[in-house]
Design a binder for this molecule. Structure first.
Ligand SMILES: [Mn+2]
Length: 476
């Protein structure tokens, strides 16, 4: 049997183990609070509710030893970790050895992968890459559909999780994700189209979608509202409707859309891959045209926004198709945009103060409690794609959680990231000496440290990043 066969068997036996749980048991679900975690959680919730099982759900930014310790004080006998947990098996084994634990995850494994009270479901256990082939939501979907026909109709939600974890590459979805996509298309919940890869086709004015488009980068247009409007006029596309409101991409005629696509490619002729503007568009057939839930990528942004604004429950409700919750979630997207704008404003006004240290090849931002800890990574990501920070610079940002810990994020500025640099290693190098825990990916990593260690951490960071920054400068 190949590794996919082994994985399918593993899914099947995890589901069998789940069937052994008494129907009277309340299942405690702990999920990650990003888009993948929220979609994972919603699929599990549908599975539980369709089996008339009770549940209690929380979403967390990171699973910590303290968090697991808290679960020991709760009365629940069955705990499901979703889109997290695989790296925390020693703590789970030590703190909650008397509970039945399901880990439904796709993150990298740590040394320990098994314990007597844990049912561990993770594609890495079978040699399948959970980084690119399947997301947490995908694993939750494969598991849940064994237990519930209703959850089996959520392939499109699983795919939104994969998009959230940036698993769709230039070649589209691969392997297990591709199977889930095909399933969603068969179920009629998703329509796949090929078209202009511009975020916000459903909801943004065209000139705004063009202005905010940094990937793909469009010279003279990315970052420039006036450039975007002039460009549309050059192409003979009136950016406004007759009533004076702005047109969205979905308002264009097929012929206008073709003209826009060609125009964007022409503008990018000097770039490495001018045709990179074309990509797959995934439309949720059950959502209205023009809704932020219509395009899977916009849906994903909405879920991330819910998570970061501490309203993951709205995101879960939106995935479950509850109409009123959807509308509330959409309203929260507005709050999220405002929070981003205020974080950026805070950054602008804090430059030159102690809160923002700028050196050769690095920027260190210590927001303390001025920026939400759930927003600090987003701030760093936006800065990494903006003209505020020189390409190739490290952006390290800190903001405080309520529990006397500090959230750290690190990004590398520039549209084209350097494949040699692994930010996960760098953040571990900084967090380990102060007893912090690091995680993340090559291009976006983070850590949690004790707030009382902030100063020590910052001194070390400044030292390490200034040396690294210099190295890069010399190499370039
Ligand atoms: Mn995930």
């Amino acid at each position: 049997m190949d590794r996919y066969g082994t994985f399918k068997e593993m899914v099947g036996s995890a589901a069998e183990r789940f069937k052994e749980i008494g129907k009277k048991e309340t299942v405690r679900v702990i999920s990650h609070l990003d888009a993948d975690g929220i979609t994972s959680c919603s699929i599990l919730v549908r599975m539980l509710s369709s089996n008339s099982m009770r549940y209690s759900v929380s979403t967390v930014q990171q699973l910590t030893e303290e968090g697991i310790g808290q679960l020991a004080k709760e009365p629940y006998k069955v705990i499901v970790f979703s889109d997290l947990g695989s790296g925390m098996i020693p703590a789970i084994r030590q703190s909650i050895p008397d509970r039945t634990v399901f880990i439904i995850d796709h993150h990298e494994l740590s040394e320990e992968t098994a314990a007597p009270n844990i049912v561990h479901l993770n594609p890495h256990l079978c040699g399948i890459d959970g980084g690119s082939e399947i997301s947490g939501a995908g694993v939750a979907y494969l598991f849940s559909r064994e237990l519930s026909a209703a959850a089996g109709r959520m392939a499109h939600i699983a795919l939104i999780g994969a998009i959230g974890d940036i698993q769709e590459g230039a070649e589209g979805f691969q392997l297990l994700n591709r199977e889930i996509l095909e399933e969603a298309i068969r179920q009629g919940s998703i329509k796949k189209e090929r078209g202009l890869r511009l975020f916000g086709a459903q909801t943004r004015a065209i000139h705004k979608a063009l202005e905010y488009c940094t990937d793909p980068y469009i010279p003279g247009i990315s970052g420039s509202e006036s450039g975007s409007i002039a460009f549309l006029h050059q192409l003979g596309i009136n950016p406004q409707k007759e009533d004076g409101t702005w047109k969205k991409i979905i308002d264009l005629s097929a012929e206008e859309l073709q003209r826009l696509t060609t125009g964007v490619i022409m503008r990018r002729l000097g770039e490495k891959k001018p045709e990179d503007v074309l990509g797959n568009i995934y439309l949720l057939t059950g959502e209205e045209q023009g809704s932020p839930l219509r395009d899977a990528k916009e849906f994903c942004t909405l879920l991330n926004a819910c998570g970061r604004m501490n309203k993951a429950s709205l995101g879960i409700g939106a995935c479950l198709g509850d109409r009123r919750t959807k509308l509330k979630a959409i309203r929260h997207l507005e709050d999220y945009r405002k929070a981003i704008v205020s974080a950026l404003k805070w950054f602008e006004t804090s430059r030159g103060s102690q809160a923002v240290v700028e050196g050769e090849g690095f920027v260190i931002i210590n927001a303390k409690d001025q920026v939400l800890p759930t927003m600090i990574g987003t701030l760093a990501s936006i800065l990494s794609k903006s003209r505020h920070v020189k390409d190739g610079s490290y952006i390290l940002s800190l903001a405080r959680n309520l529990d006397h810990t500090t959230k750290v994020s690190i990004r590398l500025a520039g549209v084209e990231s350097n494949g040699e640099i692994d930010l996960r290693n760098i953040v571990a190098l900084l967090a380990d000496p102060v007893g912090g825990s690091a995680g993340g990916h090559q291009f976006a990593a983070g850590a949690i440290i004790a707030t009382e260690k902030e100063e020590e951490f910052l001194a070390l960071a400044q030292d390490v990043l200034s040396k690294k920054g210099m190295e890069e400068v010399i190499r370039n």
